[in-house]
Design a binder for this molecule. Structure first.
Ligand code: HEC
Length: 96
């Protein structure tokens, strides 16, 4: 688990960036990789073809998992920003 913490960029500052691509790069790619393929060895799931809905991804980003706390939550992001990331995953990464 210690090695996994190493891929977390602890950045709790608020940002005004709205672009899903930039937000994904700043907050998610360190673990899930640029193309959303994850990192099997570190227990990071592939998310490019996740079956979660937009609103489930929004909830996961901003509030984390109900019972599984392996993924950090990003309470500093707004709902529009989280939706923007979710849309980047579903409309862009999915087809890469
Ligand atoms: C510190 C590493 C880390 C970071 C950073 C991270 N994740 Fe995760 N993510 C995980 C882990 C580990 C899991 C699997 C365990 C879990 O679901 O909590 C996961 C699960 C997920 C899932 C669920 C996949 C599925 O189909 O069930 C989605 C979607 C997801 N992450 C999206 C994101 C997004 C979007 C961001 C950026 C805002 C992000 N993650 C940042 C580690 C990370």
């Amino acid at each position: 688990m210690i090695s996994m913490l190493g891929c977390s960029k602890k950045n709790e500052e608020k940002t005004n960036v709205q672009s899903g691509k930039e937000l994904y790069g700043a907050y998610c790619a360190s673990c899930h990789k640029d193309r959303g393929t994850g990192n099997f060895l570190f227990g990071i799931p592939r998310i490019k073809d996740t079956e979660l809905t937009m609103s489930e991804i929004d909830q996961l980003i901003r509030y984390g998992h109900k019972d599984d706390k392996k993924m950090p939550m990003f309470s500093q992001l707004t709902s529009p920003q989280a939706y923007s990331i979710a849309s980047y995953i579903k409309k862009h990464l999915r087809y890469q």
